[in-house]
Design a protein around this ligand. Structure first.
Ligand code: GAR
Length: 192
């Protein structure tokens, strides 16, 4: 296969809402030699999201959209994505639901990382639900984004054991560590 160089790498936008540790990790991944992506845009729906500092640190264009007027906002986001020639969107802790119209209109691929072993525990509070249900395993999933929340085709998953000592906080930490390996691996799987 033809090698992806700085000029033909997938131009990627990362959407965040908070801490942005997956964003930081994806930026790191975008700097390694074999990576298929370059990160050219960070979008946040929260104006003081901690993760925005990584955009500053690595000189990546960042934009904040509050997504309150969803239709109008998505229209503006689509224009920006086109202008920046983005062909991959990575949702990384982005806590807004993108509309069917947005997903259909975006000319590229949208993927998401979710902190559960989908199809189990779509939506929020995944770790608390794992503990409540005494599940033996927890994990994370990278999947394609479709109009149905957390239901698009699964690209990759990582499973970890839940121990008797685990609580939602400890589990969230452990799963997050796995997310840092899984997201780059899933991108390599689909684009390499
Ligand atoms: C991650 O655990 C991610 O899987 C989850 O939010 C966290 C964001 O952490 N995403 C969702 O719950 C999406 N429904 P980060 O901001 O440090 O990357």
């Amino acid at each position: 296969m033809e090698k992806l160089t700085g000029h033909n790498k997938l131009r990627t936008a990362v959407f965040i809402s908070g801490t942005g540790s997956n964003l930081k990790n994806l930026i790191k991944f975008s700097k390694i030699k074999k990576t298929p992506i370059s990160i050219n845009l960070v979008i946040s729906n929260i104006n003081n999201a901690n993760g925005l500092r990584y955009a500053d640190k690595f000189n990546i264009t960042k934009k904040i959209f509050n997504f309150e007027q969803v239709k109008d906002t998505e229209k503006k986001v689509l224009i920006l994505l086109k202008k920046k020639r983005i062909n991959l969107i990575c949702l990384a802790g982005f806590m807004k639901i993108l509309s069917k119209n947005f997903i259909n209109k975006f000319d590229g691929t949208i993927i998401n990382i979710h902190p559960s072993l989908l199809p189990k525990y779509k939506g929020l509070n995944t770790h608390a639900r794992v503990i409540e249900n005494n599940d033996k395993f927890a994990g994370c999933t990278v999947h394609y984004v479709t109009e149905k929340l957390d239901s698009g085709k699964i690209i990759m998953q990582k499973k970890i054991k839940v121990t008797a000592k685990d609580n939602p906080t400890s589990l969230a930490k452990k799963v997050l560590q796995q997310e840092y390996k899984l997201y780059p691996a899933a991108i390599m799987k689909i684009f390499n």
